[in-house]
Design a protein around this ligand. Structure first.
Ligand SMILES: *Cc1c(COP(=O)(O)O)cnc(C)c1O
Length: 379
């Protein structure tokens, strides 16, 4: 685990604290999720829901997750064998990889990637094969020839994150179709990290890979309450998929944490059932914040990429005279009182990503306005 001893978030957040900077580095909201969900958690604590929940999750949450899959995507899941509650999407990713990847087998993933992917593949003894996103206008697209080249007879799994962190890219239907074709051709499994499934902007909709022909029986779909309901500290996530693959992830999961987040599970069940209007309003709000921060970055002199979903926008500070994102992020908290993270922290090949910086916009309007003002002083 030596390559994974420290994270860029710890470094940049410490700098933010030291210089009293606005922290647009780490992606957590600074306001609460739906009030009725918070009340349901308080209620669960006060009414004795404080011991180990069942290993696969409390029944009300597993049923709510199955109902959510049916309502939003028309997928039917058996809440007892095809749904597994995890300690956040983070544990779902770890459980799926540890359960499904044998030592020496390969895992295809998009680069840049969420930082836990590389560490979990290493924990499983697997080998990562990265497929870069490449610039296309003001957005990013999957490098299709690299995708085809990354698959081979040793591929165990492909790990797909759309909407994508850190870029805010939503993979196109053609991208998903090619991933499905290769996954089937090489008889691999797909693990999809869809934690931003409800935070797509500008009329876009989520298209789960599991819905493509031939994929239902080989896809584990991962989501979480963290981003959907603005409760990143609760760590309630889940996996849905065919019973045999869910069982593999469950076997690993039970020895990672066994269980977690007991009183938060019924609260998330309540939110999945009753608070999707809050989620839609929140997504519209995030789209607006995305636009405000993107415009502020552009005004400050950055070359700003299109963010289509999620919590983040990526910006290029080269027009301001910075060619190294790490250097820029180490300097910014002291210089202007804003913290961000370099995208090169999420890649193997940092050459194409060296310059790029990720900013979170999941913050209160006044915080974004203050950050915009400070960024304005960069010129
Ligand atoms: C936030 C995030 C996670 C982690 O979700 P938790 O439920 O907090 O563990 C996983 N994947 C991506 C892409 C994320 O952005």
């Amino acid at each position: 685990m030596r390559p994974f001893t420290s994270t860029v978030f710890a470094e940049m957040s410490a700098l933010a604290v030291k210089h009293d900077a606005i922290n647009l580095g780490q992606g957590f909201p600074d306001s609460d999720g739906p009030a009725s969900m918070l009340a349901a958690a308080v209620d669960a604590i006060e009414s004795g829901g404080n011991q180990y929940p069942p290993g696969i999750g409390v029944p009300s949450l597993r049923h709510a997750i199955a109902a959510h899959e049916r309502d939003h995507y028309g997928i039917d899941r058996d809440p007892d064998s095809q749904v597994l509650v995890t300690v956040g999407a983070t544990e779902a990713i770890a459980g799926a990889l540890l359960g499904l990847v044998e030592p020496g087998r390969e895992v295809v993933m998009i680069e840049p990637y969420y930082d836990s992917y590389a560490a979990c593949v290493a924990l499983a003894g697997g080998v990562r094969r990265t497929v870069p996103l490449v610039r296309d206008g003001d957005g990013f697209v999957l490098d299709r020839s690299a995708l085809a080249a990354a698959f081979g007879p040793n591929t165990a799994a492909v790990l797909v994150n759309s909407p994508h962190n850190p870029t805010g890219t939503v993979l196109t239907d053609d991208d998903l179709a090619q991933i499905a074709r290769l996954t089937i051709e090489y008889d691999a499994v797909a693990i999809t990290d869809e934690v931003y499934e409800h935070l797509l902007f500008d009329g876009r909709g989520q298209h789960p890979l599991a819905l493509l022909p031939g994929m239902a029986e080989r896809t584990l779909r991962i989501s979480s309450a963290a981003k959907t309901f603005a409760c990143t500290g609760w760590k309630v996530g889940w996996i849905t998929g065919p019973a045999d693959l869910v069982a593999a992830a469950r076997a690993a999961k039970q020895f990672l944490t066994y269980v977690g987040s007991g009183p938060f599970q019924p609260a998330v069940a309540h939110a999945l059932r009753t608070e999707m209007d809050w989620v839609r309003a929140n997504a519209a709000d995030l789209a607006r914040k995305r636009t405000v921060l993107s415009n502020a970055l552009r005004t400050a002199g950055f070359d700003v990429h299109r963010s289509e979903a999620g919590y983040f926008v990526c910006a290029d500070p080269r027009p301001l005279g910075y060619s190294d994102g790490f250097e820029f992020c180490r300097e910014m908290p002291a210089r202007i009182g804003v913290a961000a993270v370099p995208v090169s922290a999420f890649v193997d090949d940092d050459q194409p990503w060296r310059h790029l910086v990720r900013f979170a916009f999941c913050k209160r309007d006044e915080v974004i306005a203050e950050a915009a003002e400070r960024l304005g002083s960069l010129r």
